[in-house]
Ligand binder design. Structure first.
Ligand code: NAD
Ligand code: UDP
Ligand code: UDP
Length: 343
């Protein structure tokens, strides 16, 4: 336990509790790998706002400087262009390990690199955590459940993953990352936390990253038809990014290793999602059906009882509340993409 955390604990603070006014908590040095990406950059905003020093490690495969540029003049913020597959020496108190492409289009682009990032990258960050005594949080995924045979998915479910399919580089990569995390915990006493993140959306997602929410929103704004893969009856549960960031921070500060499902239990078919996008952007938006991708999970919905009970966390923002916030951001950016400007 870092001295800051043990001192807070000895003063009786529980996970997620607000620090009372007048009591100043010592600022921490926090490493966020993948911090220039979608989720990472929102996390960095919260950590900086809380008064901590943040180092972002990112190779900019899917991340963008624009996501964190607003911190460049802040001495508490540092950005290092680095690939987590290579070792690195740093001194930090906590590590949020997010570096890994998350969209199927991106992670399938170079599958061997995706595996290396998940396995060698995670090993390096665990080695670093062990050397400096930092607490380590892994951002794993609901994909560890594969095409689930249990619904909704609880953390006790071991999953139904194809080990040799086109998604395996990500699914099996993250499963191995979880294994490494637990083995460093059991074998080397590293303090670890594991989050299993379900589909998350919000401002700063890559516009053309191929994920369903970003695709539908960009397509509707460009007056292109929304591409529904397969029959559109497969389901996902969509979580707004600020809810996820709150969950990740509570998990890091709390006393429980996990794994914890972090997701919004609101479950939608892709056809229902297209309807919500129509309501928010354009009632005349059209859909077209496209062939589905291989090994696409049929349904996905988190059971979040464990996070509710042990972290005091649950998502607050529904899809209908969160989507407009993402659309505002996409409206500004889609028109700068060199594509057809949005009216
Ligand atoms: P993202 O692609 O926007 O962010 C990933 C970041 O990692 C990018 O900035 C990218 O440049 C960086 N990166 C990738 N490979 C790297 C490497 N080898 N070295 C250094 N940096 C590297 O994706 P995101 O949605 O922000 O996802 C963040 C994390 O959360 C990922 O680990 C992902 O697997 C996990 N996750 C996300 C979701 C979701 O729906 N967004 C769901 C489940 C899990
Ligand atoms: N590592 C790193 N930074 C550190 C400490 C370790 O990048 O500060 C890397 C190290 O190069 C190794 C990995 O993390 O590849 C695992 O380190 P560990 O010490 O656990 O194993 P070992 O080096 O003994 O194989
Ligand atoms: N999907 C879709 N149209 C798109 C992109 C995705 O219908 O333009 C579907 C995809 O087949 C899957 C679901 O949306 O069933 C979620 O896909 P995404 O790539 O967003 O995330 P993941 O499969 O990793 O949950």
């Amino acid at each position: 336990v870092s001295p800051q955390i043990s001192s807070l604990r000895s003063q009786g603070f529980s996970p997620g509790a607000k620090i009372p006014l007048g009591l100043k908590r010592k600022s921490m040095r926090i490493l966020v790998t993948g911090g220039a990406g979608f989720v990472g950059s929102h996390l960095v905003d919260r950590l900086i706002e809380r008064g901590d020093s943040v180092i972002v490690l990112d190779n900019f495969f899917t991340g963008r400087k624009e996501n964190v540029m607003h911190h460049f003049s802040n001495p508490q913020f540092e950005m290092i262009r680095h690939d987590v597959v290579e070792p690195i020496l740093l001194e930090v108190d906590q590590i949020y390990h997010l570096a890994c492409p998350a969209s199927p289009v991106h992670y399938k682009h170079n599958p061997v690199k995706t595996i290396k990032t998940n396995v060698v990258g995670t090993l390096n960050m665990l080695g670093l955590a062990k050397r400096v005594g930092a607490r380590f949080l892994l951002t794993s995924t609901s994909e560890v459940y594969g095409d689930p045979l249990e619904h909704p998915q609880r953390e006790s479910y071991w999953g139904n993953v194809n080990p040799i399919g086109v998604r395996s580089c990500y699914d099996e990569g993250k499963r191995t990352a979880e294994t490494l995390t637990m083995d460093y915990h059991r074998g080397a006493g590293v303090e670890v936390r594991i989050a299993r993140i379900f589909n998350t959306y919000g401002p700063r997602m890559c516009i053309d990253d191929g994920r369903v929410v970003s695709n539908f929103v960009a397509q509707a704004l460009r007056k292109e038809p929304m591409t529904v893969y397969g029959d559109g009856k497969q389901t996902r549960s969509f979580q707004f990014v600020s809810d996820l960031v709150e969950g990740l921070m509570r998990l890091m500060e709390g006393d429980h290793v996990g794994p914890f499902n972090l997701g919004n239990p609101g479950e939608f078919t892709m056809l229902e999602l297209a309807e919500v996008v129509k309501e928010v952007i354009d009632p005349n938006a059209r859909i077209v059906f496209r062939k589905n991708t291989e090994d696409d999970p049929h349904k996905r919905k988190p059971d979040i009882s464990r996070a509710k009970n042990m972290l005091g966390w649950e998502p607050k923002i529904s899809l209908r509340e969160g989507l407009p916030m993402m659309v505002d951001d996409f409206r500004r950016r889609v028109s700068y993409d060199g594509k057809e400007p949005v009216k």
